[in-house]
Design a protein around this ligand. Structure first.
Ligand SMILES: Nc1nc2c(ncn2[C@@H]2O[C@H](COP(=O)(O)OP(=O)(O)OP(=O)(O)O)[C@@H](O)[C@H]2O)c(=O)[nH]1
Ligand SMILES: [Mg+2]
Length: 254
């Protein structure tokens, strides 16, 4: 915790502009109030980058953008589909307002949100190393993105609270086999879909979830996937693993 705080404070101190990279599928859960408070206190400009937009519907993106724009300028990016990075570059230069001088941009956020990928997207080249395994970037790295922009790529070391297993599952920081309570995490994912986009869940698993309790939805999915134990009851653990895997692979989209 102490080293994380020191790293974040140091990056904020050195940078002219800060990016908070969040996962567009669940921006609220991947924003960090400590980071936002520290940036605000510094008086430096903050841009919220909603990355992985390719995994989210246009309606959801618009709703997130109008909500987040009240906090800071929000830019949609999909590094995968090469979308939004030119816009981000312009936004960085605009908020920095440094009249042709080099701008140093600190990139902060939870593990695996795509901090290094966003830097590569803006650079137009693979300059920062990325990986599907979270905790990839070690230490703060200086990356020259060309055309007046330099980045500080940081490790996603924001600590998770003990009860944040759900966010770790959502972010893919832990796969289903490493979660203590995969059934609980899968139920939260189902709940999220039921609130935001029940049709997507219904179509993906070919089920009808109207009037069902969350645990009944899990059972329906297990039944549809034919995940049965010897005595015929539904294998909830296997069903939960399937749901978490489908989410983490990006097959199941809100
Ligand atoms: N679908 C999709 N996946 C992406 C996108 N950007 C990054 N990813 C994937 O997300 C994973 C993490 O990307 P990184 O750039 O290494 O993330 P990071 O935030 O730097 O991660 P750490 O350094 O471990 O904190 C990789 O598997 C990327 O391929 C995107 O726009 N869309
Ligand atoms: Mg990284």
């Amino acid at each position: 915790m102490a080293s994380y705080n020191m790293m974040v404070k140091d990056v904020i101190k050195k940078s002219d502009v800060l990016l908070e990279v969040v996962d567009a599928r669940f921006p609220d859960e991947t924003r960090n109030s400590d980071v936002e408070r520290l940036v605000k206190r510094s008086g430096k400009p903050l841009i919220i980058v909603l990355n992985k937009c390719d995994l989210v519907s246009k309606e959801k993106l618009e709703a997130s953008k109008s909500r987040l724009s009240k906090v800071a300028p929000a830019v949609f990016v999909s590094v995968k589909e090469r979308f939004g990075t030119t816009m981000l570059r312009h936004k960085i230069l605009e908020v920095a307002n440094m009249r042709g001088k080099n701008v140093l941009v600190g990139s902060l956020g939870y593990p695996n949100t795509g901090k290094s990928s966003v830097i590569n997207g803006v650079s137009g080249k693979t300059k920062a190393s990325t990986s599907s395994v979270s905790g990839h970037t070690k230490g703060v790295q200086l990356v020259n993105a060309g055309s007046k922009i330099m980045f500080l790529d940081t490790p996603g070391v924001i600590p998770f609270a003990d009860n944040d297993e759900y966010i770790q599952g959502l972010l893919g920081v832990k796969d289903a086999t490493h979660l203590n309570d995969p059934i609980g995490v899968a139920m939260r994912i189902v709940e999220k879909f039921r609130e935001e986009n029940p049709n997507a869940l219904e179509e993906f698993y070919n089920i009808d979830i109207r009037d069902l309790m969350i645990d009944e939805v899990l059972e329906m999915i297990g039944l549809e996937c034919n995940f049965l134990k010897k005595k015929g009851e539904i294998d909830e653990g296997r069903t939960a693993t399937r749901i978490i895997n489908d989410w983490q692979k990006g097959s199941l989209l809100t």
